[in-house]
Design a protein around this ligand. Structure first.
Ligand SMILES: [Zn+2]
Ligand SMILES: [Zn+2]
Length: 110
C-alpha cells in the first residue's frame, strides 16, 4: 500500500493542528463520560475522542471539526468501534484519536 504514506501525512497534519486539539478539548469538556457506556447506563470516564464518520471519507473530512461528528469514548469502546474497520487508515485514526494533550492525572479505574 504505497498510497498510505501520503494519506498518513494528510491526516497526520490534521491531528497535529491546533484546531483539532481545541475541538477535542471542547468535546471532552462537554462529554467527560464515555457516551457508549452511558447508553448502557454505565458511568465511565471518557479517555478518547472518536470521529463517528471516519475522516478518510469525504463527508467525514468535511465534518472533522464538527462536534456532532465526535464521540467521547473509553478505550474499550473505542477499540470496539475501530475493530469493524480494518483499513490502515483505521488503525492510524485509532492511534491519533487516542492521543490526548492533557491526560488527566487520575486514570479511570477499570
Ligand atoms: Zn465505554
Ligand atoms: Zn476513533
Amino acid at each position: 500500500m504505497k498510497k498510505d504514506k501520503k494519506y498518513i501525512e494528510k491526516y497526520g497534519s490534521f491531528y497535529h493542528s491546533k484546531d483539532w486539539r481545541n475541538c477535542r478539548r471542547i468535546k471532552m469538556a462537554n462529554n467527560p463520560l464515555c457516551e457508549e457506556c452511558l447508553k448502557k447506563g454505565k458511568l465511565v470516564e471518557a479517555e478518547e475522542v472518536h470521529h463517528i464518520i471516519p475522516i478518510d471519507t469525504k463527508q467525514g473530512w468535511e465534518l472533522r471539526l464538527n462536534l456532532d461528528n465526535l464521540e467521547s469514548l473509553c478505550t474499550e469502546c473505542h477499540n470496539e468501534k475501530h475493530k469493524s474497520r480494518q483499513s490502515a487508515m483505521s488503525q492510524f485514526d485509532r492511534f491519533w484519536d487516542s492521543l490526548q494533550d492533557s491526560k488527566k492525572e487520575t486514570k479511570g479505574e477499570k
